[in-house]
Design a protein around this ligand. Structure first.
Ligand code: ATP
Ligand code: MG
Length: 389
C-alpha cells in the first residue's frame, strides 16, 4: 500500500527558547486531535512535522493541515531512499507535474540535514537539476523560477513541489482562554481568529433581542462559531437574552447614549461569564474609528465595566484587511447575510462620540441596568461546537 507523506514546516514556535518543547508537543497533540480515528500518523523529528497515511486519508490530512494553527506551511512529499537514482526519479516526476500544470522554468533547492550523505547540497541540486533539463522537461531559472522543487536529505530523502501556506501563529491552547463577544458581523469572527492564532482557546458569547432580532440572526452566529471551532478545536457558544436590557436603555436613558450603554451591559455580562468559566480576557471586533461608537473615549467607557483585559485585535486594521481575512477563513459569506444584529435596534442616528466614564456610569446606574444584566446572564443558553462540524 502506498503511503502519502506530508512535510510540515513549523511557524513562529521555532523562535521559542526553553519552552519550545511544550509548544511543539501541543502542536503535535492538536494535529493528532484532527486525525483521531483516521488512518494517519503525526511525528515531529528535529523541528519538522511529518504526517503520513494511506491515500484514502488524504482528505482528512489536508483538512487537518489547512486548519491547524501554528504551522508555516505544508507540502505533499515523495519519500524515497537516500540514493541519487531514487531522488532523480522523484524530481523528474515532480518536474513533469509542474510542466503539466503550466510551469516552464524551475530550480532545485536542496538541503542536506544528514551530513554523512556524500554529496553537498550544491552537488545534489546540480545533479538533480541536470536530470530535469537534459530531458527537456523545464528550463533552469535560478532567479525567478515558475516552480521550486525541494529536496531534503534526512533520515530518508524527501522531494516536494509547492508549499501550501499555513495559518502560522502559535498552537491553540498555548495562550490561555479568551471570551469572544461574537456578533453576526464581519469583524468579531476575525478578531476571534486572530486570538486563536496567538494560541488562545476561545469561548464565545452572543447577545440577542428576540423578537426584535430574528432566529436567523442567531443561526448566523452559530454558523460563525462553527467555523471558528474548526481552527480552535471546538468552542462553546453562550447566548444571552438582552431584550429587556435594550428596552430598559431605550426607555430610561438619553438616546445618543444607547449604543455605549448597551456595550457596557455586554461587557458586564461577558465579565460575569468569563469569571464563571475561567477566561482570562474579553475579545471584541472593534476597530478604532470604524463606526461612530468605536472611539477611544467610548472604548474607555466600555473598558470601565470589565475587570479583565479587553483585547481588540482589529483595533489598528482597516476594513479591507478585515474583509480579506474573513474571506480567507470562511466567515465572510455568513457575516454578510442580511439579518440584523441587536446593535442596530433602537440605536441612535447620532451616538455620543466622546462619552465620559463618570457621567456614563451614572446613566448606567440611574437606568438600573445592572440587575437586568445579571438576570439576562442567569438566563443564558449554551451549546458546544466541535471542530469537525
Ligand atoms: P461586528 O462586525 O463584529 O459585528 P461591528 O463593526 O458591527 O462589529 P459593533 O456593532 O460596534 O461593530 O460591535 C462592536 C463589537 O461588539 C463587535 O465586534 C462584537 O465584539 C461586540 N458585539 C456587538 N454586538 C454583539 C452581540 N449582539 N453579541 C455579542 N457581541 C457583540
Ligand atoms: Mg455588528
Amino acid at each position: 500500500m502506498e503511503t502519502v507523506t506530508y512535510l510540515v514546516k513549523l511557524g513562529e514556535l521555532t523562535l521559542k527558547g526553553g519552552n519550545r518543547k511544550d509548544f511543539e508537543e501541543r502542536l503535535v497533540q492538536n494535529a493528532r486531535h484532527y486525525l483521531e480515528r483516521k488512518r494517519a500518523s503525526v511525528r515531529l523529528v528535529s523541528g519538522r512535522m511529518y504526517v503520513e497515511g494511506p491515500e484514502e486519508s488524504v482528505p482528512a490530512i489536508e483538512y487537518a493541515l489547512s486548519h491547524l494553527v501554528g504551522i508555516a506551511g505544508w507540502s505533499r512529499a515523495a519519500k524515497v531512499g537516500k540514493t541519487m537514482d531514487e531522488m532523480k526519479a522523484a524530481v523528474i516526476a515532480e518536474a513533469e507535474r509542474a510542466r503539466d500544470g503550466g510551469k516552464r522554468s524551475f530550480k532545485i533547492e536542496a538541503r542536506r540535514a544528514d551530513k554523512d550523505f556524500p554529496l553537498t547540497s550544491y552537488e545534489i541540486a546540480r545533479d538533480l537539476g541536470e536530470a530535469v533539463y537534459e530531458r527537456g522537461i523545464l528550463a533552469v531559472d535560478v532567479h525567478a523560477p515558475d516552480a521550486v522543487i525541494s529536496v531534503e536529505v534526512r533520515e530518508r530523502a524527501f522531494v516536494y513541489g509547492p508549499t501550501v501556506p499555513g495559518h502560522r501563529g502559535l498552537p491553540c491552547g498555548t495562550g490561555g482562554r479568551g471570551l469572544l463577544l461574537l456578533s453576526g458581523g464581519i469583524d468579531s469572527p476575525v478578531a476571534g481568529y486572530r486570538m486563536l492564532k496567538r494560541g488562545m482557546k476561545l469561548d464565545c458569547i452572543y447577545f440577542h433581542s428576540h423578537p426584535y432580532t430574528s432566529p436567523e440572526a442567531q443561526k448566523k452566529v452559530e454558523d460563525l462559531a462553527r467555523v471558528l471551532a474548526r481552527y480552535g478545536l471546538g468552542t462553546h457558544l453562550n447566548v444571552v437574552p438582552f431584550t429587556e436590557v435594550q428596552q430598559r436603555i431605550r426607555d430610561n436613558a438619553p438616546v445618543d447614549y444607547a449604543t455605549v450603554l448597551l456595550r457596557m451591559c455586554m461587557m458586564s455580562a461577558a465579565n460575569r461569564l468569563a469569571r464563571a468559566i475561567g477566561s482570562k480576557c474579553l475579545i471584541t471586533g472593534e476597530s478604532l474609528g470604524q463606526v461612530a461608537s468605536q472611539t477611544i473615549e467610548n472604548m474607555t467607557v466600555t473598558n470601565s465595566m470589565a475587570e479583565l483585559p479587553v483585547l481588540r485585535p482589529l483595533v489598528g486594521m482597516d476594513k479591507d484587511e478585515i474583509i480579506a481575512t474573513a474571506k480567507s477563513i470562511g466567515t465572510y459569506e455568513t457575516s454578510i447575510l442580511p439579518y440584523e444584529d441587536c446593535c442596530v435596534l433602537f440605536s441612535p442616528k447620532h451616538p455620543v462620540l466622546k462619552a465620559k466614564v463618570a457621567y456614563t456610569r451614572e446613566l448606567y446606574d440611574r437606568a438600573g441596568l445592572e440587575p437586568l444584566v445579571e438576570e439576562a446572564f442567569l438566563a443564558r443558553a449554551h451549546s458546544r461546537f466541535g471542530w469537525e462540524e
